[in-house]
Design a protein around this ligand. Structure first.
Ligand SMILES: Cc1ncc(COP(=O)(O)O)c(C=O)c1O
Length: 333
């Protein structure tokens, strides 16, 4: 992690991390916590057979309630890019807690504009307009609305095995066995093939592109709203999608008048390495970039960044209560 941070000139303050870890833990035990969950939906899933109850983190390490130390190899769910308890972020928390813990997004503050400007400069490619939310699902939901408004089409494209969230239209885009439900289709979705680099595929990229073209010709009236791509399929198994195939899909969606949406909720913020963003690595020019998770090191902030002409296609007021408060924007910035 340090070498990535150094490469991207992120100041590392390793020596300021507390050296006395873990702190004494006197909270509830795992069994006590379990009994407290009677009034919580049983839909929450846990990926372990034996109880794992994390209570504290520092840098890339997590401690459980027994003080046992683990290395967190995935940083939450691709969220904690600069590690746990980072001193710079902790300081921002402390400062903002003593100022405005919550301020409605109806009011302006300097950090939102500052960060939007920084983000647009980082992304380039004419992406100059940002809308903030609190989760990746909300951001994708809004991106569907935007694509529909801009193109006047109700047909969206996503890859089989893809994950784009669980709220509103984002649930419609999600196409992965574990997360599919009978309830999650609010738009017409065409499911396109995905090449799995790690398991032999029965088809070549060219054949998959041809199949996608046929599917579009038969499944839409010739117009599509947009194509959603996770440059590296996250929930679908951390599978990078070959640039060649993605470039072919990009050209296809453009021929049908649709927008290209790079869902960088997992792949953004340097998680693809040197190119920093999945779409840069895949060498495609997105119309919309959606991001969340690592944007504020796992605090609830997400963003949709697009070009002004696309943003202008929505002209009614739109807002969510918690998005882009001073705390989250400072953490992100
Ligand atoms: C690629 C991708 N898009 C969207 C989402 C949804 O984000 P959130 O869980 O913040 O709603 C996720 C979540 O894992 C994701 O991996």
């Amino acid at each position: 992690m340090h070498s990535i941070l150094q490469r991207h000139k992120v100041p590392i303050m390793a020596r300021s991390f507390s050296s006395i870890r873990p702190r004494p833990y006197s909270g509830k035990t795992y069994d006590q916590i379990k009994t407290l969950r009677n009034h919580v939906f049983p839909l929450y899933t846990h990926y372990y057979k034996e109880p794992f109850y994390p209570v504290e983190g520092e840098k890339e390490f997590i401690y459980d309630s027994q003080g046992k130390k683990y290395i967190d190899l995935i940083g939450g769910i691709s969220c904690v890019n600069v590690g746990y308890s980072h001193p710079r972020l902790t300081r921002i928390y402390e400062e903002e807690a003593g100022r405005l813990m919550n301020i409605s997004s109806h009011y302006i503050h300097q950090y939102q504009g500052n960060y939007a400007e920084k983000l647009c400069a980082e992304l380039g490619n004419g992406l100059d307009t940002t809308f903030f939310f609190s989760s990746g699902s909300e951001a994708n939901d809004f991106a569907v609305l935007l694509a529909k408004a801009y193109t006047k089409s109700n047909t969206v494209l996503a890859l089989r095995n893809g994950y784009h969230g669980t709220a509103g239209h984002s649930y419609s885009l999600t196409n992965l066995l574990t997360w599919n439900s009978q309830l999650n289709r609010s738009v017409q979705l065409e499911r396109l093939a995905w090449p799995n680099l790690y398991r032999s595929s029965h088809s070549t990229h060219e054949a998959m592109l041809k199949d996608a073209e046929e599917q579009l010709d038969s499944g839409s009236n010739g117009k599509v709203a947009g194509l959603w791509i996770e440059p590296i399929m996250g929930a679908g198994g951390i599978v990078p999608l070959p640039p060649h195939y993605i470039q072919g899909l990009h050209a296809l969606v453009k021929r049908h008048g649709g927008l290209y949406i790079s869902d960088e909720v997992q792949s953004g913020f340097c998680r693809v390495g040197r190119e920093r963003w999945g779409f840069k690595w895949q060498q495609v020019k997105p119309d919309i970039v959606v991001m969340a998770k690592a944007i504020a090191n796992g605090q609830p902030l997400s963003a949709v960044v697009t070009r002004k002409e696309i943003a202008d296609s929505l002209d009614h007021p739109y807002f969510t209560t918690y998005a882009a408060g001073p705390l989250e924007c400072r953490l992100a910035g």
